[in-house]
Design a protein around this ligand. Structure first.
Ligand code: SME
Length: 159
């Protein structure tokens, strides 16, 4: 496809409905996971103007910062720490409507107000997480959980 996104405005589900086939097309034929993670971050940032979108990948039993869009961020997160480390530890999607109310939240930026973290499961284990932050409180819901999970399924991870 041409490397231009067609940005549709309107209801969140309509935005995902427009974006997902475009991401699918963007990733098709490309097997490099770094390239695909990078383009997923860029596409989500461009469509939704989220404050921060990025991946943390499990390396030597830590989460290490991967491709992202947004301000600089902490590079390593321990299992069970913060929203990302908790999502990895619990192996479940965490939706945090107010990060200040999440015990142990890691504030890479005070501008982030709400957050969703989706663990990436491959072959029965978590290999990383997708973290999306918003400057608005209560930005994320089940629709984001479902649609972001669908987007993650489009990335062929090595393991
Ligand atoms: N807030 C995350 C840390 C990563 S930054 O938001 C980019 C957490 O609590 O795990």
């Amino acid at each position: 496809m041409a490397e231009d996104l067609n940005i549709v405005l309107g209801a969140k589900n309509d935005q995902y409905r427009s974006l997902i086939p475009q991401i699918s097309s963007l990733l098709s034929g490309e097997t490099d996971e770094i390239a695909n993670m990078a383009n997923v971050c860029a596409a989500l940032k461009e469509q939704f103007d989220f404050f921060w979108v990025g991946f943390y990948m499990v390396k030597d039993n830590e989460l290490v910062l991967g491709p992202f869009q947004g301000p600089v961020a902490c590079t390593r997160i321990q299992k069970g720490k913060g929203v990302c480390g908790s999502s990895w530890d619990q192996e479940k999607i965490l939706i945090v409507p107010d990060v200040d109310a999440f015990p142990g939240h890691i504030a890479c930026s005070s501008a982030s107000k709400s957050e969703i973290v989706i663990p990436i499961n491959r072959n029965g284990r978590v290999i990383g997480v997708l973290d999306v932050d918003s400057k608005e409180l209560n930005c994320f819901d089940q629709s984001d959980a479902v649609n972001l999970s669908t987007i993650l399924e489009l990335i062929q991870f090595k393991s």
